[in-house]
Design a protein around this ligand. Structure first.
Ligand code: ADP
Length: 145
């Protein structure tokens, strides 16, 4: 059973996230979209709403499940018996951020990361842009599922 965890804040889930999961589906038997909960961080959408939005985006897809976790992503992967972490890369900023985390997860925990480069039509989309638009009363419908 090849299982991957796709970790993130998903505050909120965007078309960029959906693209990464959809394109990763042929690689894995199961993908767990996992919302990492950090008690010191504040979020725009409450956890239950973020979970609902993700579930709605993948309703009917039996290979995708949604979960939340606290603490280290690698520990959550072990609990779930997931051998892989799935992440999306938009640009070199994402790459630089991900590189050391991926290396540490592999060395310390034996969990390998699989990266997909985002489709060009989604490279401008981020949850933080959606939050900015939402905060200022704009229309972000074209950026989310
Ligand atoms: P985090 O708070 O961990 O950055 P996010 O919810 O912002 O979590 O993102 C989760 C994952 O989705 C990360 O790997 C991020 O690079 C990726 N991602 C975010 N937006 C996009 C996008 N537009 N295209 C491809 N991947 C994306």
């Amino acid at each position: 059973m090849r299982r991957a965890v796709f970790p993130g804040s998903f505050d909120p889930i965007t078309l960029g996230h959906v693209d990464i999961v959809t394109r990763a589906l042929p690689l894995f038997d199961e993908i767990i979209i996992a919302i990492g909960v950090n008690a010191n961080k504040s979020y725009m959408w409450p956890l239950d709403e973020r979970i609902e939005k993700i579930e709605a985006a993948f309703r009917g897809n039996t290979k995708v499940t949604v979960a939340s976790y606290e603490g280290l992503t690698a520990n959550f992967c072990k609990e779930q018996q997931a051998q892989f972490i799935l992440r999306g890369l938009r640009n070199t900023t994402d790459f630089n951020y991900e590189q050391t985390i991926a290396q540490a997860n592999e060395k310390v925990n034996g969990v390998d990361s699989i990266f997909l480069i985002c489709s060009p039509e989604f490279s401008h989309i981020s949850s933080s842009i959606v939050r900015d638009i939402a905060r200022n009363g704009g229309d972000f419908a074209s950026l989310i599922p």
